[in-house]
Design a protein around this ligand. Structure first.
Ligand SMILES: C[S@@+](CC[C@H](N)C(=O)[O-])C[C@H]1O[C@@H](n2cnc3c(N)ncnc32)[C@H](O)[C@@H]1O
Ligand SMILES: [Zn+2]
Ligand SMILES: [Zn+2]
Length: 618
């Protein structure tokens, strides 16, 4: 719980690269420790066929074990290798400083002639009414921001949908008449998919108001001010004419990113619907310029590969801050990344971050600090271990034996490079049904990674998730998971264990997981419920996710069936449901009929809910 409340502090390695649905390091570490102590073997071999953020691999390597990690995608594997790679702090510091110096001239793009510096530029999307064709300014709310972060702040900035004018006034009993055009503000209603024209009252789907030319109007900026001691402070204010709010002209702009198309998809549809067609469209050209020049500088640095890769990942991380996707938290005054809560964001009030600003989230300075912390952590954790570095292998070529240290592979885990019967513990969490579209989200990072290093081929069709735009449903999910687990079974020693973590609110997800375990040749041996999300992240997602994971320990089905051991249940209603589901899965597999799952689940849950029956997994 402590780790989950401040992940960056307890496991700084997670800030090396972004990945979604990472598991708690403390949990994966504890499971590995339990495997070591129950097997009486201090040198177990561990694999993770769905490695993602690399939690299992990092915890295994920290313990000096031999680890094999595979994922379908290059970004997380490149990130994992980088986060475990070695370089000295001194070398890193010098190279980071050099990079910052080299980029300094680009910060001038945000500097006024009087020397004042902008850290952020905020824009409202300008659309048009499909009926009367007049311009509409698509402010999501009347109040676009409080005037400052001060807790006693009484002023706020208000935006007019009719003329785009922004004014300041007291937030209490705010007047709704625009001082510029006298239009009276009318709320569009939150969460509605239609909106009403403020001029002619015509109502149409929101997308019909977006227009085709992706026009934006700059309305607010945040300036960097310095106090007497030289500390930087943010000042949010209206735009004035001397502010450098407009972007570079096409001639000066780097062309490359501007032409690579965003492929269609279930997640990327959000971007295409908003009128973006290339990855470059999401950024201002001055942002693209920073990222590309930084990558060029990094590539040209005379440093070790480990140092270079760490710097490159910090730079590519900047790509999370696209000027036209990032949202502003109007009360806490902070910027949210362009991929938030596992989806591409969509906003009509967007914030451009000056990536070289000394203030604000997601800037180069912040990312270099995070990267340095991760490196210091790595040195403190791994320095004394005889870790032999890492090797990348082709998953289609079987290794005669696994070499000590970390072995990684990119590709579908239906084929793993591991020898037969070599693994003591396969510890993994497969995709949580359709909750996260890893490949589509990773496209953004793959696009930028390819500007730095040749990208390994990868095929989203092999991803074990249902995906409508690829026309893959629950059947595909079940078959893909089954094929990966069948391959994992081949690599397990006869008494080896497969330990999965899983949660989902959809009964179908559990049914397909059960089907996959059964057809891959596993039985359930033991179950535990553990806390996986912290309350804050959970409530951010509107409480729709689950707080707990079910940990499922499996053995090969050549073991005789036994009653499942419940290692830890917890007593919250959610935990009870997960245990009931785990028991039902086990029974269904032992009875060789995954179709029985819904009925078995109901039966097990009745034992907890004597009279009132209510399930949230449906
Ligand atoms: C739930 S995530 C793993 C998260 C990881 N345990 C962590 O803590 O960061 C599932 C992973 O499975 C990967 N994946 C999906 N289909 C795959 C396949 N066929 N072969 C290998 N990896 C796959 C996804 O790319 C994703 O990284
Ligand atoms: Zn109209
Ligand atoms: Zn107005």
């Amino acid at each position: 719980m402590r780790e989950q409340s401040n992940r960056e502090k307890y496991t700084p390695s997670i800030s090396v690269f972004r990945w979604w649905a990472r598991r708690p390091h403390a949990l994966m570490g504890a499971i590995i420790d339990a495997a070591i102590s129950s097997s009486g073997n201090a040198a177990i071999q561990v694999s993770d066929p769905f490695s993602g953020g690399g939690t299992v691999a990092v915890e295994g390597i920290r313990r000096g074990l031999t680890v094999y990690a595979q994922d379908l995608y290059p970004w997380p594997i490149h990130g994992l290798k980088t986060s475990l790679g070695s370089t000295s702090l001194t070398e890193f510091d010098q190279a980071a400083e050099q990079l910052v110096q080299q980029l300094r001239p680009l910060a001038r793009r945000y500097e006024r002639t009087d020397g004042r510096l902008l850290s952020h530029v905020m824009r409202v999307r300008v659309g048009g009414c499909p009926s009367c064709t007049r311009a509409v300014y698509l402010f999501p709310e009347h109040l676009i921001s409080t005037a400052s972060r001060r807790p006693d702040e009484t002023l706020g900035f208000y935006g007019c949908q009719g003329c785009g004018h922004v004014h300041t006034q007291k937030m209490k009993r705010a007047k709704v008449t625009c001082p510029a055009c006298r239009l009276i503000y009318k709320s569009q209603g939150r969460g509605k998919t239609t909106r009403r024209c403020v001029h002619c009252k015509h109502e149409a789907p929101t997308t019909a108001f977006l227009g085709t030319d992706r026009a934006w109007k700059e309305v607010l900026v945040q300036e960097v001010t310095r106090d007497a001691r030289g500390h930087a402070h943010p000042l949010l204010r209206l735009v004035d004419q001397r502010d450098p709010t407009s972007d570079l002209s096409m001639q000066v702009a780097p062309q490359l990113a501007l032409t690579a198309p965003i492929p269609a998809g279930t997640e990327t549809r959000q971007l295409l619907n908003a009128g973006f067609t290339t990855w470059g469209d999401l950024y201002t050209r001055r942002q693209v310029e920073v990222i590309l020049q930084a990558l060029q500088h990094v590539a040209a640095l005379n440093v070790s590969a480990g140092c270079r890769d760490r710097l490159a990942l910090a730079v590519i991380g900047l790509a999370e801050m696209p000027a036209y996707l990032c949202r502003w938290d109007r009360f806490h005054q902070k910027v949210f990344e362009g991929i938030a809560n596992h989806h591409y964001a969509h906003t009509t009030f967007a914030v451009e971050t000056n990536l070289l600003s000394p203030l604000g989230r997601g800037t180069l300075e912040r990312r270099l600090k995070g990267a340095r912390k991760a490196l210091a952590w790595r040195e403190s954790q791994l320095e004394t271990l005889p870790c032999a570095g890492s090797q990348t292998v082709d998953p289609a070529v079987r290794l005669p034996r696994l070499t000590p240290g970390l072995t990684v592979a990119i590709g579908s885990s239906t084929q793993q490079a591991l020898p037969d019967s070599s693994i003591d513990l396969a510890l993994t969490d497969p995709p949580y049904f359709g909750d996260v579209q890893y490949g589509e989200l990773a496209r953004l990072f793959h696009f930028w990674l390819a500007q730095y290093t040749p990208l390994a081929a990868h095929d989203e069709h092999q991803e074990a998730v249902p995906n409508r735009s690829r026309q893959k449903g629950a059947d595909h999910y079940e078959e893909a998971i089954a094929a990966c687990l069948r391959e994992t079974r081949r690599t397990l020693k006869p008494d080896g264990r497969l330990v999965l973590t899983f949660h989902n609110r959809k009964l179908t997800a559990w049914k397909t997981l059960g089907g996959a375990l059964h057809s891959a040749g596993f039985r359930i041996f033991a179950l535990a419920v553990t806390r996986a999300e912290n309350d804050a992240d959970h409530s951010k997602r509107g409480g729709r996710g689950m707080l707990n994971d079910l940990v499922i320990e499996c053995v090969r089905d050549d073991h005789p069936p036994t009653a499942v051991t419940i290692v830890h249940a917890g007593d919250s209603p959610e935990a009870q449901e997960l245990i009931a589901m785990g028991r039902a899965l086990s029974d269904a597999i032992n009875q060789q009929d995954p179709e029985l799952l819904p009925e078995l689940f109901r039966q097990h849950l009745y034992q907890y809910r004597e009279s009132k029956f209510e399930a949230r997994i449906v």
